[in-house]
Ligand binder design. Structure first.
Ligand code: ATP
Length: 603
């Protein structure tokens, strides 16, 4: 074995702190009805006991709807609710509560929530910067990556984009990403679902290797083949929220035989066990539960053995190298990741840029000379209205879809302690705002010139400021809707909100024709301030008279103040509009953060 290989092995595969999980009388129920105090409850886990040990690969098996995922989610802390009983984590330092180990375990969901635009190497390298402290050199990071990829047989696809990986490779990459900070406990929800038998075997072999290096690896699994079944060290069979077998795969046949269920020769023991608990040979559920309670008891690993084992596996030196980086460094990494996504994802940057340019040209042609022709003043107000509406829609609707798409990745990475929510949120804000400003600038520059608006820098920048603020607020509302609702409801609410704002802006229905309460509501309508701000930017600040073309004898709105009077905007102040819009922007962003936090706290 080369020196380099030995070094990485020492760094990566032999340093997991050993933790056993013990749960006693674990019961869990959920509220089925929406009404908290009157609703019926459903008991999912019914007094379960068990010990899952380090260095072992444990399979939680059972029929569909038995409670496997719920048990896994409860043990990992991914799901919280009305829990009874105890869950203890036992290391060489004694029994600890869950908070101690929450930060050290990882949860790998059934779906592989990965960014498809990065290569395996890029994904791994970014993960090392999010998980390993800044004192680690680039070479060290690469050694860690190479070693993990080699263990999980991913070296050959190191330079392949994640989008192009097979299902099995994606699953192994999900595991590889979590291995970087070497979690002592790994929870996996159905890691073999959707994989063919070869890929499933490779995945389970990889998990077994990880368990043998000191970790506690627990996964749920549906119906493993006989070969796969034998790979596990410990089987925990769950049926209707109760344990019906806990033991090694080798003991399964003799255990069920002793209870009167003789597994036929050449029959997969896993299949037979499921047939028995699925009542294909009669309903013996209660006997099986009682028998499991009597025969499937497990001894705790003695402290002495635990300390001895851990001494051979755990390396304090490496732990120092693996201290997590500061949130500031994580922020920089997330920023870099977003910039790379924006650069590589055509739909985010290039297409949007092209569309903003084309729409600006189209509106420019449609509202040609509207900015300076006194006969087209009302058309110009129409242009300002359309501009505001255009940015509301194009910023809000894509944003509604942004969080639901990213939510799964965010949920996974945050639960596995990659970064704090505020770091993620700050990074999205810092990357999306400049992009939004750039888009509004392109649109404004083109449409402003083509519609012959006044060629004064200060008016142009005021016009740009109002559009940018309108766009920020709308994006914020879109993100908020995306965080609260699913994409279909979110886009529906987005469209409804925009229609309501348009109706309450004072243009389609004049303010003095509105019922009083709706008139007051219109004060919180940011669309109103947006259009008002745009009109002020173009016609306010004592703009001089407009040119009335020679073919017309009279242009009613030649004098800008007359137009402002007609639109009931003569008393408005541009900077008040700008400040109100800015306040809206801040409030909306805070509300989005809160709703996102709330959403993430639920499973
Ligand atoms: N929040 C909830 N509200 C109501 N019922 C729930 C809730 N969560 C889980 N259940 C129910 O609890 C039972 C167990 O669900 P769980 O997802 O743990 O099963 P499972 O064994 O993992 O099933 P599968 O193998 O099909 O994924 C199911 O009947 C499910 O409908």
């Amino acid at each position: 074995m080369s020196t380099r290989r030995r070094e990485t092995n020492a760094l990566c595969m032999s340093r997991a702190r050993m933790v056993d999980i013990q749960f006693k009388d674990l019961s869990y129920e959920v509220q089925v009805s929406k009404f908290k105090y009157r609703g019926t409850k459903k008991q999912i886990l019914k007094g379960m006991n068990g010990i899952f040990k380090s260095t072992e690969l444990t399979a939680i098996m059972g029929p569909s709807g038995a409670g496997k995922s719920t048990l896994l989610n409860i043990l990992s802390g991914f799901q919280q609710g009305q829990l009874q009983g105890t869950v203890e984590y036992i290391s060489s330092e004694g029994k600890q509560n869950w908070d101690m180990y929450k930060k050290q375990s990882c949860y790998i969901q059934q779906s592989d929530n990965l960014y498809g635009l990065f290569t395996v190497q890029e994904s791994m390298m970014m993960a090392t910067y999010l998980k390993i402290g800044s004192n680690a050199t680039k070479m060290f990071r690469q050694l860690v990556i190479d070693n993990i990829l080699e263990t999980l047989k991913l070296t050959k696809v190191k330079e392949t984009k994640v989008d192009r990986l097979s299902g099995g490779q994606k699953k192994r990459l999900s595991i590889a990403l979590e291995l970087i900070d070497n979690p002592p406990i790994m929870f996996l929800d159905e890691p073999t679902t959707g994989l063919d038998s070869m890929a499933s075997l490779q995945c389970i072999v990889a998990l077994k290797t990880l368990a043998k290096s000191g970790r506690t690896v627990i996964c749920t699994i549906h119906q493993p083949s006989a070969a796969l079944y034998q790979m596990f060290d410990y089987i925990y069979l769950v049926v209707d929220g109760r344990c019906m077998y806990a033991g090694t795969p080798d003991d399964t046949v003799s255990y069920f035989a002793q209870l009167g269920f003789q597994c036929p020769q050449y029959h997969n023991p896993a299949d037979y066990m499921l047939e028995v608990v699925n009542q294909e040979y009669g309903d013996y559920s209660n006997q099986l539960v009682v028998a499991a309670k009597e025969y499937c008891q497990r001894e705790e690993t003695s402290l002495k053995v635990r300390i001895m084992r851990e001494a051979s596996f755990y390396n304090e030196k490496t732990k120092l190298m693996l201290d997590p980086p500061s949130e500031l460094i994580k922020f920089k990494v997330l920023l870099y990741r977003y910039i790379l996504i924006i650069y590589r994802d055509w739909s985010v940057s290039h297409i949007k840029l092209l569309l903003h340019f084309l729409v600006a040209v189209l509106l420019g042609l449609l509202f040609e000379k509207a900015g300076k022709d006194a006969n087209k003043t009302l058309n110009n107000v129409g242009f300002l209205l359309v501009t505001s509406l255009y940015f509301i829609y194009t910023s809000m609707i894509p944003a509604v879809l942004k969080f639901p798409l990213e939510m799964a990745i965010l949920k996974k990475e945050r639960f596995n302690n990659w970064y704090q929510l505020r770091t993620y949120y700050a990074a999205t804000l810092v990357t999306t705002l400049p992009l939004q400003i750039f888009f509004t600038f392109i649109y404004s520059a083109v449409s402003y010139v083509l519609t012959s608006q006044p060629m004064e820098w200060n008016r142009f920048f005021m016009f740009l400021l109002i559009i940018a603020l309108t766009s920020f607020i709308s994006e914020g509302i879109g993100l908020g809707l995306g965080a609260i609702f699913n994409p279909i409801n979110g886009t529906f609410f987005g469209a409804i909100t925009t229609c309501a704002m348009l109706s309450l802006a004072g243009f389609l229905i004049l303010f003095n024709h509105m019922p009083k309460f709706l008139y007051y509501i219109s004060y919180i309508n940011y669309f109103r301030y947006s259009v008002d701000g745009l009109v002020q930017a173009i016609y306010g600040f004592q703009r001089e008279k407009l040119i009335c073309p020679s073919q017309y004898d009279y242009c009613h709105f030649r004098i800008p103040s007359l137009l402002l009077e007609e639109l009931r905007m003569s008393k408005s102040i541009f900077w008040v509009d700008a400040v109100v819009l800015f306040a809206w922007f801040v409030i909306i962003r805070i509300m989005v953060y809160i709703s996102l936090k709330k959403r993430l706290s639920k499973i």
